[in-house]
Design a protein around this ligand. Structure first.
Ligand SMILES: [Zn+2]
Length: 404
């Protein structure tokens, strides 16, 4: 297939994923529709597919409110939090040290400033979980406040472009919480020591989602595993994160089908990279516990196809032979450059298990990770996609694999 035909195909996959379906949060009907669409494309291209059901929760809110005397404050239900309708004395802490000393039982606890500067890792998140975050969670659980109000500032490094960001985004953490802008939080300081009334109309709903794996039927030799996450955050159509990644995998399904390959290839669409428990990744780890040694290479695609700048392929722990093939590819491809190392993606799962990996993304995103305000917002839509870049990534990965 030539680049023009491939570009048109990329467009039509992305149209389905990001416009017809749109948001694909784990547990939603849109998420399952996206998995079903991908499975159909993979099957039609002749791949053997295996889909694993995951038990997850979907989450909805009808809004939240916070009042004190006659004043009301703009607050939002924290994603995946339980709902609540409570009132109690408002007390505040700004640091862990203060929290260690405070009696927060049955209070409504206001977290702001230092303690609320960075999103807290979900309780059971397996890939990244700093001790100070676990300590914070355990202090809160032991302290038993009625609910939490969190004021957060802009923090692109940990929360993408989301402002304010939910300090907690965790379906395993059962203290109800809401969040607000830091500027709104300053107003709330006037209510310390007074009784506040908090309602959050949020609910957790048990649901299903699917991990999808497709194989090319070659049995012998070490596997090449190509991955992209199919889910989005709540509130975004997830074009660059990661509709383009899914589309590249679907293009590869066609490109690789006719090709002469020396290795088994596995195409995996993970469900949960942008969800608190990473259920699809955890499931894949479980299924492959003893088999990471059979993986020659992981290629993970996340953040590819941005309108501005070239695509970038970042190499991690590559053996000489694969590094040479990658160098050759970059040399031959004007739209693809060497990428800086970055770790906030599913390639980390493979690296942690001793597999070499290549992360495919857009140079602009990697270089602006700390300051861009697109990721996880409605701005991550098809208007910022360069379909040719998407096609080039698929062609590049396909060429690379055929060199191995
Ligand atoms: Zn992503």
């Amino acid at each position: 297939m030539n680049k023009r035909a491939l570009t048109e195909k990329a467009k039509s996959h992305l149209q389905v994923l990001c416009a017809e379906i749109g948001e694909r949060r784990v547990g939603s009907a849109g998420n399952r529709r996206a998995s079903a669409y991908a499975e159909q494309v993979l099957k039609e291209a002749g791949w053997q597919t295996e889909s694993t059901e995951l038990s997850v929760i979907d989450w909805k809110t009808e809004g939240a409110s916070l009042t004190c005397n006659e004043q009301s404050f703009e607050v939002f239900s924290s994603e995946y939090s339980l709902g609540c309708a409570v009132q109690g004395e408002l007390i505040a802490v700004t640091t862990i040290e203060q929290l260690e000393q405070a009696d927060i039982k049955d209070k409504i606890l206001f977290l702001y400033d230092t303690i609320a500067s960075q999103q807290i890792a979900p309780k059971n998140f397996p890939f990244w979980n700093p001790e100070e975050h676990q300590h914070l969670i355990s202090l809160l659980e032991k302290g038993k406040p009625k609910a939490l109000v969190c004021a957060t500032e802009r923090n692109s490094a940990t929360a993408g472009g989301v402002y304010p960001f939910p300090l907690f985004e965790d379906g395993d953490f059962d203290i109800p919480s809401v969040y607000m802008k830091d500027t709104e939080g300053e107003r709330l300081l006037g209510c310390l020591g007074q009784t506040v009334v908090l309602e959050s109309k949020a609910t957790r709903i048990p649901e299903t989602a699917f991990n999808l794996i497709a194989r090319n039927g070659i049995e012998s030799g070490k596997r090449i595993v190509i991955t992209a996450h199919i889910d989005t955050k709540i509130g975004t159509p997830g074009a660059i994160d990661n509709g383009t990644g899914v589309s590249i995998v679907l293009l590869l399904a066609e490109l690789l089908q006719g090709a002469a390959l020396n290795h088994p290839v596995e195409l995996a669409l993970f469900n949960g990279e942008d969800y608190y428990g990473a259920p699809g990744q955890v499931e894949y780890l479980k299924q492959n516990q003893e088999q990471f040694g059979n993986i020659l290479l992981n290629i993970n695609i996340d953040g590819a196809g941005y309108q501005e700048g070239p695509s970038c392929f970042s190499a991690f722990e590559l053996p000489e032979e694969i590094l040479d093939a990658l160098r050759e590819l970059i040399w031959d491809s004007p739209g693809i450059v060497n990428g800086l190392p970055w770790y906030q993606g599913d390639h980390s799962l493979f690296l942690q298990n001793g597999c070499p990996a290549i992360a495919v993304s857009s140079q602009w995103f990697i270089e602006n990770m700390e300051c861009q305000e697109v990721t996880h917002t409605p701005k991550d839509n098809l208007n910022i996609v360069n379909y040719e870049r998407v096609a080039e990534c698929a062609l590049g990965i396909s060429e690379l694999i055929q060199k191995l």
